[in-house]
Design a protein around this ligand. Structure first.
Ligand SMILES: [Mg+2]
Length: 348
């Protein structure tokens, strides 16, 4: 992807945030880019994966949105299809939303519902089908909760948006092994309009299937406690967002075993929600400012003692499968020692 292409996507994201009620973003001088971004965003079908019990009655919902502000598109026929069976066809309401009640199979397993527009309602640039995964699990199922960016994805957000994001070495193999006796839930604050791209990335990089829980760029039905007409869960901050989602999960599924993420807030929320917290730190050991190491150590010191601090997925494998421990205190000590050495060298 060209640099210009990346800029267009970033502008698109920023504009979508603006549509979601974010602080005003100045686009002066970016008119051409914004127009291209508008074209690129086009019309999208947004869905959210579900985690339920077998035999449960659920609401399958989708939202048809258009353009930079992700405005709802009314009066289009949305089809919910499972295998070769059309479960329902529902016209979008004034907000672009379409929903149908559906009873999940009595047997545990994943149903991947294809959500698509009726061919007769497709705009000139066809709207891509969306996949809505309904993961039905018995109450006693064990779950591993995993973050995406800088946890499974090695590179920064710009690479994620442009589609050339690389996975962290070993991450897929570790999750494949973990998936033998736990259900993997991908819990990210990425907004729902990146859901399809996230799923494609996980699949093409060999990660096990699992529900991908995203935040919403605009308010969606059923999101209690948020200001009507205001921003969705994208804007409430990663920590509070994940805390809310884990609390929802725990109401049905008490066995959330382990949480893996790269943010201090991830580790804090996992610990507070009763998961075993594993924190992946991205430490640049060639850094020569002692303050940077001291700041990391101070952030670690503020976390609960149960946090395991690692720098790669082979350490995570040894925690999960070999009973190894990487207490965050060890990492704190190492960081403080590196800072001390740098300060002493500075005095010479
Ligand atoms: Mg992350």
């Amino acid at each position: 992807m060209t640099l210009l292409g990346r800029r267009i996507i970033v502008v698109g994201l920023a504009a979508a945030l603006l549509g979601a009620g974010a602080a005003a973003i100045c686009f002066s001088g970016l008119g051409g880019l914004v127009d291209q971004a508008r074209e690129r965003l086009g019309t999208v079908l947004l869905v959210g994966d579900l985690l339920v019990e077998p035999g449960e009655e659920v609401t399958l919902s989708a939202s048809l949105r258009h353009g930079l502000r992700l405005e709802g598109v009314a009066g289009r026929r949305v089809q919910f299809v499972l295998g070769d069976t059309l479960l329902a066809e529902v016209r979008t309401d004034k907000n672009g939303d379409a929903a149908v009640q559906w009873k999940t199979p009595d047997k545990a397993g994943d149903s991947v519902v294809r959500v698509r527009l009726n061919a007769g309602d497709q705009p000139s640039t066809a709207v891509e089908d969306a996949e809505l995964r309904v993961a039905a699990r018995p109450k006693e199922t064990k779950f591993a909760v995993v973050d995406l960016d800088k946890t499974l994805v090695a590179s920064g957000f710009i690479h994620v948006l442009s589609g050339d994001a690389q996975p962290m070495p070993g991450a897929a193999a570790v999750l494949q092994r973990l998936a033998r006796d736990q259900t993997i839930v991908y819990l990210t604050q990425r907004p729902d309009f990146l859901g399809a791209a996230s799923k494609r990335w996980l699949l093409s990089n060999g990660f096990p299937p699992g529900p991908v829980l995203t935040s919403t760029a605009g308010l969606r039905p059923g999101e209690a406690g948020l200001r009507p007409g205001g921003a969705g869960t994208l804007m409430i901050g990663s920590g509070p967002y994940k805390h809310t989602r884990l609390a929802e999960m725990k109401r049905t599924f008490p066995n959330l075993v382990v949480g893996i993420g790269d943010k201090f807030s991830d580790a804090k929320v996992y610990a507070a929600s009763g998961l075993r917290p594993i924190l992946i730190l991205h430490v640049d050991w060639s850094e020569d400012e002692p303050e940077d190491y001291e700041k990391l150590a101070a952030n670690l010191a503020a976390l609960p003692d149960s946090v395991q601090a690692v720098t790669n997925w082979s350490q995570i494998a040894s925690i999960l499968f070999e009973g190894a421990a990487f207490p965050k205190k060890d990492m704190e000590k190492r960081l403080i020692q590196v800072a001390r050495d740098l300060r002493e060298r500075g005095k010479d």
